[in-house]
Design a protein around this ligand. Structure first.
Ligand SMILES: [Zn+2]
Length: 287
C-alpha cells in the first residue's frame, strides 16, 4: 500500500511538473515589461481647522494645515494607468476658499501627461482610491479608460440623488450612467495580471476605499489613498470624524502597516507634502 501511494505521489509530481516549470518562464517574460511610476501634482489644500477636521479624539491642535493632492501615472510596458484624478481642473488659475478650506491646482493632469508625451486616450485604466471629489475631479478627461473602483464606493455614488456630493457624482457621471467601462471591485485587484500593480481593499475612510501596491524593480511602493492623510497619523491613529467606519479604518491601517513591513515597502501618503520627495521629481519616474 505504501509503495502504491509513493508511486501515485511520484506520478502526480511528474504530471504536475511541466506546467509548474512553465510558470516561472511566463512570469519572467511578464516581469520584463518596464514598470514606471510618476507623481503628478493634483492640488494644494489649506485645511483651516486641522484638529477638528482630522481627528475624532482631539488628537491634533487647532489651526490650519497645508496638505497636497497627488495623482500617479503607472506605465506597465506600453500600457498606462492613472491612480486617482485629483481636484477638478476648473481650479487652475481659479482657487476657491471657504470657511473650511482653500483649494488650488497649478496644472491639469492632461497638461502634465503632455510633458511626458502621453496622450489622454492612452490611459487604459483609472484606479480610484475612493469617491471623494479631490480624487475623482479630472476623471472625465479620460472617458475611454476602464474605471476600477471599490463596489461600495460605486454604489454610494449611484445611490445619491441631487444635492448630495454633486461634484463627485458629476465627475463620475460618464461611468455611473453606463457611458464608460467600469469594474466594481469586491477585494484586491491585480491590475495587469502579474502581481506588480495591485489595488488593496482597505475600507473605512469610505466603504470601498483602496490603496495601491506598485512593485517596482527598485522595490515596492505603497500609495495610501486616504487611509492616512499625513505622517503623524500613522503613529497616533488619527481617524477623521467624517470617515465612513472607524473600526474598518483601524483594521485597514493594521493590514496596510503589516504589508508595508513584510514587503519592506516605501510608503507614500498621498496628501503629505513631505512624501512628494519619496519619488523622483516630475517629470522623472521611479522604476
Ligand atoms: Zn483626499
Amino acid at each position: 500500500m505504501f509503495k502504491r501511494v509513493m508511486a501515485a505521489a511520484l506520478l502526480a509530481v511528474v504530471l504536475i511538473s511541466p506546467p509548474a516549470m512553465a510558470q516561472p518562464a511566463q512570469a519572467q517574460a511578464q516581469a520584463q515589461a518596464p514598470l514606471q511610476l510618476w507623481r503628478l501634482d493634483c492640488g494644494e489644500f489649506v485645511i483651516k481647522q486641522y484638529g477638528a477636521f482630522f481627528s475624532d479624539t482631539f488628537q491634533y491642535p487647532a489651526g490650519p494645515k497645508d496638505i497636497v493632492g497627488s495623482c500617479y501615472l503607472i506605465r506597465h510596458g506600453d500600457r498606462y494607468m492613472l491612480w486617482d484624478t485629483g481636484l477638478t481642473d476648473a481650479l487652475v488659475g481659479n482657487p476657491i476658499e471657504n470657511a473650511a478650506q482653500r483649494l488650488s491646482l497649478r496644472r491639469s493632469i492632461i497638461d502634465q501627461l503632455r510633458e511626458l508625451n502621453v496622450r489622454p486616450e492612452q490611459i487604459e485604466y483609472i484606479g480610484i482610491s475612493h469617491w471623494h471629489f479631490d480624487h475623482t475631479g479630472q476623471a472625465a478627461r479620460f472617458p475611454q479608460a476602464r474605471l476600477l473602483i471599490g463596489r461600495s464606493d460605486l454604489e454610494h455614488l449611484r445611490d445619491w440623488g441631487p444635492g448630495v456630493n454633486d461634484a463627485a457624482v458629476a465627475a463620475m457621471s460618464h461611468w455611473l450612467t453606463g457611458g464608460g467601462q467600469v469594474e466594481p471591485l469586491d477585494g484586491d485587484k491585480d491590475v495587469f495580471g502579474d502581481g506588480r500593480v495591485v489595488m488593496l481593499d482597505l475600507p473605512g475612510h469610505t466603504p470601498g476605499h483602496n490603496a495601491l501596491l506598485v512593485r517596482l524593480a527598485s522595490g515596492p511602493v505603497l500609495l495610501t489613498g486616504d487611509l492616512y492623510h499625513f505622517t503623524e497619523q500613522v503613529a497616533n491613529r488619527g481617524v477623521p470624524p467624517f470617515n465612513h467606519d472607524r473600526a474598518d479604518t483601524l483594521a485597514s491601517m493594521d493590514r496596510f502597516d503589516r504589508i508595508a513591513r513584510n514587503l519592506g515597502a516605501r510608503v507614500i501618503i498621498q496628501h503629505e507634502p513631505a512624501d512628494i520627495a519619496r519619488l523622483p521629481a516630475f517629470p522623472e519616474a521611479a522604476q
